[in-house]
Design a protein around this ligand. Sequence first.
Ligand SMILES: NC(=O)CCC(=O)C(=O)O
Length: 261
Amino acid sequence: MTLKIAIAQTNVDFADPEANFKRVEAFVSRAANENADVVVFPEMWNTGYALDQLDQLADENGQKTQQLLQRLAKKNQINIVGGSVSTKRDGHFYNTSYIVDDHGQVISSYDKVHLFGLMNEEKFITAGESENHFELAGIESVGVICYDIRFPEWLRTNARHGAKLLYVSAEWPDVRIPQWKILLQARAIENQAFVVAVNRVGDDPNNRFNGHSLVIDPLGKILLDAGEDETLKTVSLGFDQIDEVHGQIPVFNDRRPDLYR
Ligand SMILES: NC(=O)CCC(=O)C(=O)O
């Protein structure tokens, strides 16, 4: 089984959801023109990290985002890993990801579990508490957000259901891109799964983001580095490789969860 994945390495207009909604619409149609099966977006693409303006800007119940992604998925017959957006529910703010299939159904939603103190996230956002694994385009998959990748136990918790593909959406600043690469390669190797990790480009008042979205195979080999510009890149992934890798080194069978804390 092969899937064609489109990486939407976009800029994000700071505190300007309308501009960002238009950009996402354009990228979904570009991905569909490339005949991609799935398109993947970065983190917090509606507002960026405009955390002190969330009261005015966050998407109430994620309604606008879900409606947009559902309409675009159906119209373009494409699966969407909707990165994440700032949402507001019951008076709390969340960093929320929606996964929408090519029929326009929201098949999973996920609130970022690990909040990133260096970007003041925990002062404004409420952490999620639930896993995010789902079958998309016939492939058992996991979705996490940015800082989550520093917690291998969280990726493993999600991946233990047989994940073949780990989606990561990020706003990861340029100064730590060397760590981003190593962390993602490690998550791919230890979970014996493909990693598709999409980072944004552009600046906000506090950080510079230089992309380097990555696609990594289950042996840790980088198949694609999207570079530093706003771009849409595609890559085809062959999932037979997963069975080969599992057969050679059966880490999931060899685990000793009775000893782990
Ligand atoms: N938006 C984020 O979670 C950033 C995480 C990050 O930069 C890191 O180094 O971790």
